[in-house]
Design a protein around this ligand. Structure first.
Ligand code: AMP
Length: 376
């Protein structure tokens, strides 16, 4: 068998499932990927990802330079890439998306400041650097509220719910006395996210808003397109993501997560956070959109034309957390698209996802109902 001709090489910082899906999304285009990851068993190098690997820490300067020099462009699959690493790559090669988006997303306070500067509504919040400041902020923001570490928090980690303001000291201790923000607790109608990809020359492809259900801070289910979204609300979401993409002169895929408050045309969207990368709430696009978020990200970072982000029907994506489905249960769901990342099952770990697709909302609901009954 002849090997496909390589028309481009992309270096990816991080070798998890997102790198695996990025690489597999462009194999048909002859694009080859090398990941930089300290774990020699990272899942991007398995049969699904087929990436080459540089086994090194994310702050290993020689390894970063090697990656920059050996690839046409470098991108990243997770947010906690050290800022100096991104700058180093920029000095030796090309990196997309703009590392400024990365550093903004690494700090909840800078992220909120960016939203405010761009006129994007956010939940009420305050900066917290000490217990005294937390006590003052609780008076200003009120309770219940959520104390969130400014850095290194994800999937609900680094957060403490404060229901009783007299427990401020306990919350401050639990968080580890680190710089934080205090977020007013939003009684949201639902959680939505928008994903969009911007090309190097400024063209933007928008995926439709998706509805996301989290439990314990971890995404469990995404339905896309989200139901009963007023045109004005979809426009607000598009306008917000466009402002962010243009602010960073961004090339690649980016997600914005919102809390929807209220209903109908007057529903407010409060921006919670951005992810300057492909996102879990966009996994449905592999089967459910004309071009997936992964392929469009790779097209963007390589300076290629984007594909259409139009959905092809109705999709639901269910994350597999901790365990694979019960043996034999998937056989009763022949139309389900199952993605197992090849990771060791462990409590709380995302080890795969399943996407259901249907031509109508009612058919999708019937599939979901069957899925819940049979697979759990
Ligand atoms: P985050 O790490 O900020 O994405 O938070 C994880 C999850 O916690 C979110 O998806 C929400 O379900 C919940 N959450 C975070 N911030 C708030 C808030 N201000 N009000 C209500 N729920 C929140």
């Amino acid at each position: 068998m002849t090997k496909p001709r390589t028309i481009g090489t992309v270096g990816i910082i991080g070798g998890g499932q997102l790198a695996q899906m990025l690489a597999s999304s462009v194999r048909h285009l002859g694009i080859k990927c090398t990941v930089l990851d300290p774990n020699p068993d990272c899942c991007a190098t398995n049969d699904l990802g087929q990436c080459d690997q540089i086994v090194a820490d994310y702050d290993d300067e020689q390894a970063l330079i090697k990656l920059a020099k050996s690839c046409d462009v470098v991108t990243y699959e997770f947010e906690n890439v050290p800022g100096q690493g991104a700058a180093l790559i920029a000095g030796h090669g090309s990196i997309h998306p703009n590392p400024a988006a990365l550093s903004t997303s690494q700090d909840r306070l800078s992220e909120r400041a960016m939203f405010k500067d761009l006129g994007i509504p956010v939940p009420p919040f305050a900066q917290v650097d000490s217990l005294d400041q937390l006590i003052q902020s609780l008076e200003q923001v009120g309770a219940p509220s959520i104390l969130k570490a400014r850095t290194l928090g994800y999937d609900g980690k680094g957060q403490v719910l404060i229901s009783d303001p007299t427990k401020a000291a306990q919350a401050w201790d639990t968080l580890g006395k680190v710089p934080a923000i205090l977020d007013g607790f939003i009684e949201f109608t639902r959680e939505l996210s928008i994903i969009a990809t911007r090309s190097v020359d400024g063209h933007i492809e928008y995926y439709p808003l998706s509805e996301n259900i989290h439990r314990g801070g971890i995404l469990r289910l995404t339905k896309a397109p989200a139901r009963q979204v007023h045109k004005a609300v979809e426009e607000k979401a598009r306008d917000s993501v466009k402002k962010i993409l243009e602010h960073f002169e961004y090339a690649g895929t980016l997600a914005v997560e919102f809390f929807q408050v209220g209903q109908g045309a007057d529903a407010k969207l409060l921006a919670n956070e951005i992810a300057p990368r492909v996102h879990n709430t966009g996994h449905w696009t592999i089967e459910g959109a004309k071009t997936s978020q992964f392929e469009n990200h790779m097209r963007a970072v390589l300076g290629m034309e984007l594909g259409s982000a139009e959905p092809t029907g109705h999709s639901a994506m269910i994350n597999l957390i901790g365990n694979e489905p019960r043996a034999g249960s998937m056989e009763a769901m022949p139309n389900a698209n199952i993605h197992l990342y090849g990771k060791e099952p462990r409590p709380g770990r995302k080890i795969g996802h399943i996407t259901l697709n249907a031509p109508s909302e009612s058919e999708l609901d019937a599939m979901l109902e069957r899925f819940t009954r049979i697979v759990g």
